[in-house]
Ligand binder design. Structure first.
Ligand code: FAD
Length: 305
């Protein structure tokens, strides 16, 4: 039995999960990475803001990371979706298996569990928006604002939270807040928008066409270099809920609550990357995974769970 037990099962083998796997592989620990290949940024062809890799195709980043991690002989990979994960109630101390993960008919067991399962974006239902996501419609100005070359930027309002986008984006180009019946700015908000030089468009949006051309209900079409939307997010996997982990709730979505070393409310279960932080980026996911990997290693050595 002992030989079949992994030190750590990592669910989610993108930037955060692979970064943790590298730490653990370098400590010669037995790791199983389970991943079904649905990275959050799979819609984009360029990733920005990660030192040494600025502008690289995010698929190439992930493939290079995976190739580097899989050179460590104690790391195994399964390309599949993990269906369930649970604490083994009758954990056998001699074996040390504490968690089981089911992938189809296969059962895998481990001493520790890492969730790096990410989140998925819930986009507003506007004709033409989904197919332009990551290409000319974005959420993160730091990731994609610079490449708009100070051209016209449209912010599609989802609620009053879109004020945040509208006030930030003038640093990347002349900005129009497209209200789309989502909210009505009050006097103070109007003043703030004016002080940042952002203009307002009242007519609702009918569709997005061309590169990022917004067709309005009143018949006009406004062409933009790029559009930003307020995307809400959901966890990409229901395993955190299955494990009944404590969550942190924010205005656009909830993430798994962790302590400073990335351990969750269930001892022995760690979480890193977008699934455990509201502010998302590849660099932050990699840093988080690095921390979680080292924390898991210490937990294996020094903590009873
Ligand atoms: C359109 C777009 C563009 C972006 N551009 C940038 C950019 O330019 N720069 C930047 O820094 N950030 C960018 N981001 C943000 C970036 O994508 C995320 O911060 C990053 O992917 C987080 O990495 P992660 O490893 O936490 O999660 P993810 O990359 O989302 O990976 C999670 C992995 O877990 C897997 N998974 C989930 N559940 C299961 C399960 N049950 N079983 C098996 N596998 C599972 C998924 O298939 C996926 O492979 C962008 C995001 C979007 C949406």
């Amino acid at each position: 039995m002992r030989d079949n037990i992994h030190d750590v099962i990592i669910i989610g083998g993108s930037y955060a999960g692979l970064s943790a796997a590298m730490q653990l592989g370098r400590a010669r620990r037995k790791v199983l990475v389970i991943d079904d290949g649905l990275r959050r940024n799979r819609f984009a062809s360029h990733s920005h803001g990660f030192l040494t890799q600025d502008g690289v195709d995010p698929a190439v980043l992930a493939a290079t990371a995976r190739a580097q991690v899989m050179k460590y002989p104690t790391v195994r990979w399964v390309s599949a979706r993990a269906d369930t994960a649970q604490r083994i109630e009758s954990a056998n101390d001699a074996d040390g298996a504490a968690f089981e993960v089911n992938v189809g008919n296969e059962r895998h067991v481990s001493r520790r569990l890492l969730l790096a399962t990410g989140v998925k974006d819930i986009l507003p239902e506007i004709v033409g928006l989904q197919q332009r996501w990551g290409k000319s419609v974005f959420h993160c100005p730091y990731c994609h604002g610079y490449e708009l070359n100070q051209g016209q930027i449209g912010v599609i309002a989802g609620s009053a939270i879109s004020m945040h986008h509208a006030l930030m984006l003038p640093d990347w180009g002349p900005t129009t807040l497209l209200l789309n019946n989502a909210f009505e700015p009050d006097a103070e908000q109007l003043k703030a928008l004016a002080s940042r030089g952002a203009s307002i468009e009242q007519s609702p949006i009918e569709a997005i066409t061309g590169h990022a051309d917004v067709q309005l209900a009143d018949g006009r079409t406004l062409p933009f270099a790029g559009l930003f939307v307020l995307a809400h997010f959901e966890l990409a996997s229901h395993i955190p809920q299955q494990l009944n982990l404590d969550m942190e709730h924010g205005p656009i979505g909830s993430v798994i609550k962790t302590d400073t070393v990335r351990e969750t409310s269930m001892p022995g279960v760690f979480a890193c990357g977008d699934v455990a932080r509201p502010m998302a980026s590849v660099a932050l996911a990699v840093g988080d995974g690095n921390l979680a990997g080292a924390s898991l290693h210490r937990s294996l050595m020094f903590s009873a769970i």
